[in-house]
Write a protein of this length. Structure first.
Lengths: 622, 317
């Protein structure tokens, strides 16, 4: 039912659905409608105009009733189009799944065959098939179906190739399933929706093609009426009696149009991206709808996040991803933000420069001050100028942040030229210099590489070079080493540390790894369920964690050099931020929780130097 | 102790075809001939960085890839890959990404029933009791059976993956980065569960991971791979505490540890050799501070360097 409501939100699709159901209803009612026999000729009444007595739409060149011929013809055309789509869809999808699943040589042979079929212009191929089989509606149907097989085969093969590499297919093989069973029970259910969408968008096209063949006299044979043959017969009298061609013409137009509109609507409604509520392209910056008054500037730090609240509004649910988070970072300082997935650490980072996708993201409170200026209230142009120029980001996966089709040097030059009017040669020289500063060997030749030609560590260096391109004051690094190997991680971390000291950069380092925090950061904030639960200097937090969550999370992390041992675990799961418990979010998993923990707001107690949000802290903080 | 799994000269070369008509070129040697044994009830850790061939090795062991050469023996019997079900009853696999290893269009019950039906031909009632037993042992509630995979968190999905592997009643389970997609606080839950299951069902584990600390915490012995070859094998507490191969030492020094100052253990480029055009000799020679001429000319063989510790190096530490 959610599907229908999404479908009818698209007005054009709804219109198509209404028109098509009217036509289908009329055609289904043929046996009970008082229609004349469509094939009875009466030359005395030939070419009667529409609205004549006894002939609502007039008659054709043989005096046959046009209304009756139209309805019978429509029924035939719809049926032929539908069957052709079913046949082409079934055969084409079967070919596509087999080719995509087996891959290798089988795929090669099948797809080259399909390519050959596609190399002929479709109408020529259809003509050849009909010529070989002889004219007739059934043969026209076969021809139209055959011509459309490649479309389905290629479509479905593409999706199957992606699915066949997925782990659940391997798992099915390990469960003892054979190839046939895997295709039928594992792959088919996953491509079925695509097949249905492809069919719904091609039925209209098939009706048109069948009509084309009938128009040429290769489809339905007289006196049997279908829309194409009606047009063909009316062609000779098009000037003198236009209504004979206009009537079937309008019907073809209505059918094909309504099917295409409906088909597009079905495709959009089944698209999972639309279902998740992201109907529109995200806005250029995160929506800001502050409910509380703007916090006063307290003059802390270079970048100062004050009482930030960011939420995601999906349908009726509100995900409170970031809840009253205050952080600040000074020049030359490295602030660590540590937390598990869903703790709000990345959303906090993205909120700073308005990069949270909107919709569904909304900043509902707080301020982000850069040198005292509130970025959330700043006009878009001024915010855009500061992105990269003042505050730059390094993301987790450099392969997905670099454009795969451009050379890395060009991408770096582009980042420079967005903010500075410099010639291409100057930008290139700057790019080489940046590559050198992130210690990429042979920068002159490396700038000509494409991202896929570099290793993960090298790509992340490019990502860092790009962040440094415009000499920013603040770098926000969101798990920059998580996707890297340990030996490479060590190099990237020490590079970031050197850069911070050389350039006086302020770094906000987001991670889930205590080892990394310990080595790089001066201060740490620990997040859980969208809130900061503890903050302080790195040594304080690591040596004397005050929040039970911090203490137990650290115990979960095995450290190298301990040998074989039992690992500490925290029972339960992290909370879902759309359904946070009252009181402390950690209380359901905490061994120290008392009834007081489960009611009312628990404040972040302490100052900037050391604070904890807990009634029963592990350590008393000064 | 008898060997649960014995691998002799196992190797995999991926051919590189030069298009439809092109001649076959040499190919990429993802796994160079390697031999090792896993004792009954042991956990063998396999560590290495991306591109070292650990996943290729794992996929060969469970029969998802055909080895180019070498043989695999399970409990003394050679495995031939003709019968997928024979593989499935002896050796199972737990995947890195728990959610993508479950078919999104099937209920958990359908997923759980597949191995019971296909590998053992169990009847309905028998299957239901067996599923109930397994779910009980991995701490999952039976009401989950009628739900779909997307309704579960990573930790729960991984438990379902473990339950599916157990349903095949295998002797050996290969764990391919089983916790790297999970949150730290959930990681330990899954690792401890697997340790308990091992004792309860008398299983043998091959634990593959890039996380040295996790591997060390769960393994009896550890194999270190580099560029498709074994560079060091030894007891878990020894390998990283007392590495003999320079690469193992580099790995151990690179892992971030609380309380150790930040230093990059090597400043030179850490690119792997080009797999299409591998250099002669030791693959690590270009990065190795101890490399001499012999390292760049001939392949070092695995040799005993200590008590139950082997390293493939001409100049072990």
């Amino acid at each position: 039912m959610r599907f229908l409501s999404l479908l009818f939100r698209n007005r054009l699709a709804a219109m198509g659905a209404v028109v098509l159901s009217l036509i289908v209803l009329l055609v289904l009612l043929i046996p009970v409608l008082p229609l004349q026999d469509p094939d009875v000729t009466n030359t005395a009444d030939r070419f009667l105009p529409p609205l004549s007595e006894g002939h609502l739409l007039g008659t054709d060149h043989l005096g046959r009733d046009l209304l009756a011929r139209l309805l019978y013809g429509t029924r035939l055309s719809l049926a032929v189009g539908l069957f052709a789509a079913l046949i082409a869809g079934t055969i084409g999808s079967a070919v596509g799944i087999v080719a995509g699943y087996f891959g290798g040589r089988i795929d090669n042979v099948i797809m080259r065959g399909i390519d050959m079929l596609m190399a002929f212009p479709y109408i020529l191929l259809a003509l050849a098939i009909v010529a070989a089989l002889g004219p007739g509606l059934l043969n026209a149907l076969i021809a139209v179906a055959a011509v459309n097989i490649p479309f389905f085969a290629r479509n479905i093969r593409g999706i199957t190739v992606g699915l066949a590499g997925r782990e659940f297919i391997d798992a099915a093989r390990l469960s003892g399933m054979g190839h046939g069973r895997i295709i039928l029970t594992e792959l088919l259910p996953n491509v079925l929706s695509t097949i249905v969408i492809a069919m719904s968008t091609t039925v209209g096209w098939m009706i048109l093609e069948t009509a084309g063949l009938s128009f040429l006299g290769l489809g339905s044979q007289p006196p049997q009426a279908d829309l194409g043959s009606m047009l063909g017969e009316a062609r000779s009298s098009m000037i003198t009696n236009p209504h004979t061609s206009i009537v079937p013409g309008i019907m073809i137009f209505l059918i094909v149009m309504s099917i295409n509109l409906l088909g597009d609507g079905v495709r959009d409604a089944l698209d999972p991206r639309l279902r998740s509520g992201a109907l529109a392209r995200p806005q250029a910056r995160t929506m800001v709808r502050r409910k509380a008054p703007l916090p006063a500037d307290d003059g802390k730090g270079l970048l100062n996040i004050q009482r930030l609240e960011t939420q995601f509004h999906v349908g009726k649910r509100v995900y409170r991803a970031v809840n009253d988070v205050s952080l600040h970072v000074n020049a030359g300082e490295c602030l660590g933000v540590i937390g598990e997935s869903g703790s709000g650490k990345s959303v906090t980072a993205l909120s700073v420069m308005g990069l949270v996708a909107s919709p569904p993201g909304v900043i509902t409170g707080g301020a982000v001050r850069y040198e005292g200026e509130d970025l959330l209230a700043a006009p878009y142009e001024s915010l855009r100028k500061k992105r990269g120029e003042k505050v730059a980001y390094i993301f987790q996966d450099p392969l997905s942040t670099l454009h795969p089709l451009y050379r890395v040097g060009d991408q770096l030059a582009e980042a420079i030229q967005v903010h500075h009017r410099v010639s291409d040669a100057e930008a290139r020289a700057k790019a080489i210099e940046l590559f050198r500063s992130v210690r990429i060997p042979n920068p002159e030749s490396r700038i000509r590489n494409y991202p896929h030609e570099m290793s993960g560590g090298m790509r992340q260096r490019v990502g860092i070079a790009m962040a440094l391109a415009n000499d920013p004051d603040v770098i926000i690094a969101d798990e920059p080493t998580t996707a890297l190997d340990v030996t490479v991680q060590a190099q990237i971390l020490s590079l970031l540390d050197d850069l911070r000291r050389e350039r006086g950069l302020a770094i906000v380092f987001i991670t889930h790894d205590f080892g990394v925090v310990a080595q790089l950061c001066d201060r740490v904030a620990v997040m859980y369920g969208g809130r900061i639960v503890e903050q302080g200097t790195t040594t304080d937090i690591l040596d004397r964690p005050a929040h039970p969550y911090t203490k137990r999370l650290m115990a979960c992390v095995p450290e190298l050099g301990g040998g074989k041992r039992e690992l500490a675990a925290i029972p339960g799961l992290p909370p879902i931020v759309s359904d946070l418990p009252p009181g402390c979010a950690f209380a359901p998993r905490c061994h120290k929780a008392t009834p007081a923990c489960r009611e009312g707001e628990i404040a972040l107690d302490g100052g900037d130097a050391r604070a904890v949000r807990c009634i029963h802290p592990e350590e008393e903080i000064a | 102790m008898s060997a649960a799994l014995k691998v002799t000269d196992l190797a995999k070369t991926f051919p590189i075809s030069g298009g439809l008509l092109g001649r076959q070129k040499a190919g990429v040697r993802a796994v160079r001939p390697m031999s090792f044994e896993v004792a009954q009830g042991e956990t063998l850790g396999i560590v290495g960085e991306s591109g070292c061939g650990k996943s290729t090795l794992a996929r060969m062991l469970v029969g998802l890839l055909d080895p180019t050469e070498g043989r695999i023996e399970i409990e003394g019997k050679a495995l031939d890959n003709a019968d997928a079900a024979a593989f499935g009853r002896l050796i199972q696999y737990i995947f890195q990404d728990p959610v993508s290893s479950l078919n999104p269009r099937k209920t958990i019950r359908q997923i759980m029933e597949a191995p019971l039906k296909r590998l053992y031909g169990m009847k309905r009632a028998e299957r239901d009791t067996r599923i109930a037993e397994i779910f009980d042992s991995v701490n999952l509630r039976e009401e989950f059976l009628d739900r779909y995979p997307h309704e579960f968190s990573g930790g729960q999905a991984q438990r379902i993956g473990i339950a599916r592997a157990l349903a095949a009643s295998p002797r050996i389970i290969i764990l391919d980065e089983p916790v790297s997609a999970l949150d730290v606080s959930v990681q330990a839950q899954v690792l401890n569960l697997m340790r308990d299951l091992k004792a309860a069902f008398g299983l043998t584990y091959l634990f593959i991971s890039h996380d040295l600390a996790v591997v060390e915490a769960v393994s009896d012995r550890i194999v270190v791979l580099y560029f498709g070859a074994v560079v060091e094998i030894g007891r878990a507490q020894e390998v990283f505490a007392n590495p003999r191969h320079p690469y193992t030492k580099l790995l151990a020094d690179s892992a971030p540890v609380v309380g150790r100052p930040l230093t990059a253990p090597e400043q030179t480029s850490s690119e792997l050799p080009d797999p299409l055009n591998p250099p002669p000799g030791c693959a690590f020679a270009t990065r190795c501070p101890r490399a001499t001429d012999i390292c760049r000319q001939s392949d070092p063989q695995l040799e005993q360097v200590g008590d139950d510790q082997y390293a493939a190096c001409f100049h072990p530490l």
